[in-house]
Design a binder for this molecule. Structure first.
Ligand code: PGA
Length: 251
C-alpha cells in the first residue's frame, strides 16, 4: 500500500457561466460532504473562480485554474499570474493540457516555466502529458512521455517539486469515449513513475501522484483506481455534472 492520497480533479474547460458554475459547485459540496481520504478539485473558467471560491470555502472541494502565465505581472494582455490565482482562492492549476498544446501553442518549454511559477507561488501544478493516437500506433508512447516529463521538469524547475501532480492523458482518449484499459494505463503510469525515479529519485517517485485522464466515468473509475500506480483522475466531461462527478469522487 502506498500513502498517496487520491486526487479526483475536474477539468471544466470552457463550460459554465458564473451562475451555472456556482450551482454545480454548490451541489457538489453537498454531495461530497461525507467523503474522506480523497482530495477533490474543480477548475472553473477564470471569471468563475471568485464566485465559486465563496461556495467551496471550508468544504471538501478544492479550487484550481486551467492555466497561468509564468511572469509575476506586467504588460501581458490577456494573461494571468500564479499570484493572481492564489489571491482568487486557487490551490491548484492545470498545466500543459493537450488542448493547450494543440490549440494554443503550449510547448514543453512553456510548460516548464509555468510549473516553476506555480510551485513558487505555492500552487499545486497538475502537469499534463500524453501521447497522440499516431504516436501510440507507431510505438512511440514511452519516448514521447520521456521527453514531455524531462523537458517539462527540466533542471528540476524549482528546488522543491514535492507538491507536483502528473496527469497522464492519452490524447486519443480525451472526450472520445475511448478509455485506455486499466492495464494499459497502469503500464504507462508505472513507466512515468520509473522516469521520475530515474531523474529525481525514489522519494519523489513514491510520493508523486499520477492521475489518469481520458473519458473517466462513474462506470470505469473503480477499475482504474484499483491499479497500484493510478492515484486519481483528471475528469473532463463527467465532471460537469455534480452527480456524476461525486460518484467518481466516491469510487
Ligand atoms: P474527458 O476529458 O474526461 O472529457 O475525456 C479529460 C480532460 O481533458 O482532462
Amino acid at each position: 500500500m502506498n500513502t498517496r492520497t487520491p486526487l479526483i480533479a475536474g477539468n471544466w474547460k470552457m463550460y459554465k457561466t458564473n451562475a451555472e458554475a456556482v450551482e454545480t459547485a454548490g451541489r457538489l459540496v453537498e454531495l461530497v460532504a461525507g467523503t474522506s481520504d480523497v482530495d477533490i478539485m474543480i477548475t472553473p473558467v477564470f471569471t468563475a473562480i471568485d464566485p465559486v471560491c465563496t461556495v467551496v470555502k471550508g468544504s471538501r472541494v478544492g479550487l484550481g485554474a486551467q492555466n497561468l502565465y509564468w511572469e509575476k505581472e506586467g504588460a501581458y494582455t490577456g494573461e494571468i499570474s500564479a499570484d493572481m490565482l492564489v489571491s482568487a482562492g486557487c490551490q491548484y492549476v492545470i498545466i500543459g493540457h493537450s488542448e493547450r498544446r494543440q490549440y494554443f501553442g503550449e510547448t514543453d518549454e512553456t510548460v516548464n516555466k509555468k510549473i516553476g511559477a506555480a510551485i513558487t507561488a505555492n500552487l499545486i501544478p497538475v502537469f499534463c502529458i500524453g501521447e497522440t493516437e499516431a504516436e501510440r500506433e507507431s510505438g512511440n508512447t514511452f519516448s514521447v512521455l520521456d521527453k514531455q516529463v524531462k523537458d517539462g521538469l527540466k533542471e528540476k524547475v524549482v528546488e522543491d517539486i514535492g507538491s507536483l501532480v502528473i496527469a497522464y492523458e492519452p490524447v486519443w482518449a480525451i472526450g472520445t469515449g475511448k478509455t485506455a484499459t486499466s492495464d494499459q494505463a497502469q503500464e504507462t503510469h508505472k513507466y512515468i513513475r520509473s522516469l521520475i525515479d530515474g531523474v529525481f529519485g525514489t522519494a519523489l517517485a513514491d510520493s508523486v501522484r499520477i492521475l489518469y485522464g481520458g473519458s473517466v466515468k462513474p462506470a470505469n473509475v473503480a477499475e482504474l483506481m484499483a491499479m497500484p500506480d493510478i492515484d486519481g483522475a483528471l475528469v473532463g466531461g463527467a465532471s460537469l455534472d455534480a452527480e456524476s462527478f461525486s460518484r467518481i469522487v466516491k469510487f
